[in-house]
Design a protein around this ligand. Structure first.
Ligand SMILES: [Fe+2]
Ligand SMILES: [Fe+2]
Length: 183
């Protein structure tokens, strides 16, 4: 009886909310929204804020995919071409993210970098989500998507916390520099 109860509790936690693919799709939609807002943004501070959100989210997403989702996908499906192309697309995006983070809205190439990153991510997300793409093949495989989703959600939270801590430290440093004080 107790066992049956536990199983049904597990069944609930395996709902679409914690499913690995649902989690990744929600993350994709979030970043898409920020890219759209960036296109409409006029002020430098708004652009800086959105670019920071986009870069942080993409670093977390690519890490979670590469550490957990992609290896599980490759093991379950043996789809090397799909997997390797996706990994190489991540590499391209990461290079651009480094450049965006090292520059700012006062750099004349800043908007171009963000807009090219947006195009790259659009293409990449389409490849993941399209018919016969990575997510569709993952659904057809025997991957344990609910369990993987739980692992991914906790890794994501850990990475977000770590990055938020780093952001706060660098803000304190620049506030200190503006006041002529030392941390
Ligand atoms: Fe990806
Ligand atoms: Fe993705």
């Amino acid at each position: 009886m107790a066992k049956a109860k536990r199983e049904s509790a597990n069944g609930r936690s395996a709902s679409s909310r914690s499913d690995a693919i649902a989690l990744l799709k929600a993350d994709h939609r979030e970043v898409e929204g920020w890219f759209e807002q960036f296109e409409k943004a006029r002020s430098a501070s708004r652009k800086r804020d959105l670019a920071e959100k986009i870069c942080t989210a993409l670093k977390v997403q690519t890490t979670v995919e590469e550490e957990l989702f992609y290896p599980a996908f490759l093991e379950a499906t043996q789809e090397e071409d799909l997997h390797h192309e996706a990994a190489i697309e991540h590499d391209g995006a990461k290079k651009l993210i480094v450049d965006i983070e090292a520059s700012g809205p006062d750099d004349e190439y800043f908007d171009a970098r963000v807009s090219v990153l947006s195009e790259m991510i659009k293409h990449h997300v389409h490849e993941e989500e399209m018919k016969d793409g990575m997510f569709a093949k993952a659904r057809q495989s025997d991957m344990d998507l609910p369990a993987l989703g739980e692992q991914m959600a906790s890794r994501k939270a850990e990475l977000m916390n770590r990055m938020a801590g780093r952001g706060a430290r660098s803000e304190r440093r620049s506030a200190g520099a503006a006041l002529g004080t030392r941390e």
